[in-house]
Design a protein around this ligand. Structure first.
Ligand code: SF4
Length: 184
């Protein structure tokens, strides 16, 4: 089972094109300026089986370019995510992008390596909002797909009929404050 913070089935700011994005729950890296601190806790948030997630991805595959794993810290759940990644890569044409707070050199245990085997684009390194590209490095692990250009000003905002707001990407505090003022 995977401990998940959130899933978006159509998101445009976490890789190329329309993406299924899975944010896992749990991270102990405490990066500078992390804007996802609600994902740090290792307490159970939403538990989902990889079969359930894969079947949703497969049913949406026709409208997606890829799948993104983010967090929280995906490589802390690498054992289960590597099985999901294998299912995605062996049964769909979707690309797989992963955001991690670890450096590429730190990803060396058995399950890290297994997960990396199915990863097309890795965005790695301790996040620091005050450094260029948020202090992260983009690794093209599969050169047969389109490169991803890091853009830390991309933001996606979704507001439903009930005025529930979801913000993904790289919002500034000023933007978040402005949206709250207008919508809450
Ligand atoms: S790895 Fe991600 S979730 Fe974890 S502290 Fe760093 S930015 Fe936050």
């Amino acid at each position: 089972m995977l401990n998940i913070y959130n899933i978006e089935t159509s998101n445009y700011v976490n890789g190329n094109g329309c993406r299924y994005v899975l944010w896992v729950q749990g991270c102990d890296l405490k990066c500078t300026g992390c804007w996802n601190k609600q994902t740090w806790s290792f307490k159970q948030k939403k538990l989902k089986s990889i079969d359930e997630i894969f079947s949703q991805i497969k049913s949406l595959a026709h409208s997606l370019q890829g799948v993104t794993f983010s967090g929280g810290e995906p490589f802390l759940q690498a054992k289960v995510l590597s099985v999901l990644a294998k299912m995605i890569k062996e049964n769909t044409n979707l690309d797989l992008q992963i955001f991690t707070g670890y450096s590429k050199e730190e990803l060396k245990d058995e399950f890290h390596i297994k997960l990396l085997k199915y990863t097309d684009i890795l965005v790695a390194g301790r996040f620091d909002m005050n450094k260029p590209n948020n202090n992260q490095t983009v690794y093209m692990l599969n050169n047969n797909i389109d490169a991803w250009l890091f853009n830390n000003s991309d933001v996606e905002i979704e507001i439903n009929d009930y005025m529930d707001i979801k913000i993904t990407g790289y919002p500034t505090d000023k933007l978040i404050d402005g949206i709250k003022r207008e919508c809450i």
